[in-house]
Design a protein around this ligand. Structure first.
Ligand code: NAD
Length: 282
């Protein structure tokens, strides 16, 4: 089972990064989104990101041009029907992802593998909503995708060995290191990372320190490359809230309750970098 043609659904910050690293590895990739603005923004962001790599001499101009030539965009899901692998990276909503997978299930050739970049939602449950549960798998990329080395590969209970192997091979082919993880709310990275971010929001809400001071304390005190509140702004506060809700519901444990301030900020449309305002202004 070799993956030669990839599609990414969702041209947000994750989808565009996944498309970029796939194209740089020489694999044709289609990006699909409901919004033409998102598709235009994705193309612009990928071009900017590749140009910076050329400036730093980590990529040649020829490699950049070749990668850009391998990327196409569409708003029509039917155009993805012949893909070997579709990575969905739409917003973190189980209802949305389920509807999307069910639509793809009807449109795509029988051998197409569906990978989801979900940060927390059960792969087993998403897979069960399709007629090809053994071909559904989690590929959890980290943000920003071109920079971060890890892909968590999450097998649902139904995922076949062949699909798992094909996705591990592809992860390596696009320059990532895969870590295999069992299907549980938040998998490994977000099970550990998001409660820390949520706690930082509690600390901020309680007025213990300013956002800058909290981030500075964690930077200097624990040698993290970015403080938890700046990271929340990078991830997107809506995504952070969705992940905490999945953890809280999945484990039924009060320790995962989302900080009320996080919920309020999302209600206010303060989503972090992508909306221009979160714990910081952008
Ligand atoms: P985002 O808000 O930046 O982008 C989501 C994109 O999905 C938007 O462009 C939107 O137009 C598109 N979309 C929504 N509904 C659609 C549909 N029905 N069909 C096609 N496109 C549709 O979100 P993001 O931060 O890129 O996150 C995407 C996924 O990746 C989520 O599941 C998230 O949990 C996961 N993820 C996010 C991060 C992170 O740090 N942000 C890290 C790892 C995984």
């Amino acid at each position: 089972m070799t993956i030669k043609a990839v599609a990414v659904i969702g041209a947000g910050q994750m989808g565009r990064g996944i498309a970029q690293v796939t194209a740089v590895a020489g694999i044709p990739v289609q990006i699909c989104d409901i919004s033409t603005d998102a598709l235009d923004a994705a193309r612009k962001a990928i071009t900017g990101s590749l140009s910076r790599l050329v400036e730093k001499e980590r990529l040649t101009q020829e490699q950049m041009d070749a990668a850009l030539a391998l990327i196409s965009t569409t708003t029509e899901m039917a155009a993805l029907a012949d893909s070997d692998l579709i990575v969905e990276a739409v917003s973190e909503s189980e209802t949305l992802k389920t509807q999307l997978l069910q639509t793809l299930d009807k449109l795509c050739k029988p051998s197409t593998i569906f990978a989801t970049n979900t940060s927390s939602i059960s792969i087993t449950r998403l897979a069960a909503q399709t007629q090809r549960p053994e071909q559904v798998i989690g590929m959890h990329f980290m943000n920003p995708v071109p920079v971060m080395q890890l892909v968590e590969v999450i097998r649902g209970l139904q995922t076949s060995d062949a699909v798992y192997r094909a996705v591990c091979e592809l992860s390596e082919a696009i320059g990532k290191t895969q870590v295999s993880v069992k299907d549980a709310p938040g998998f490994v990275v977000n099970r550990i990372l998001l409660p820390m971010i949520n706690e930082a929001i509690f600390v901020y809400a309680e007025g213990l320190a300013t956002a800058e001071a909290i981030d500075q304390a964690m930077l200097l005190g624990t040698n993290q490359p970015i403080g938890p509140l700046a990271l929340a702004d990078l991830i997107g506060l809506d995504t952070c809230l969705s992940i905490m809700e999945v953890l809280a519901e999945g484990f039924g444990d009060q320790k995962y309750r989302p900080c009320p301030l996080l919920r309020q900020m999302v209600d206010a449309g303060y989503l972090g970098r992508k909306s221009g305002r979160g714990f910081y202004q952008y």
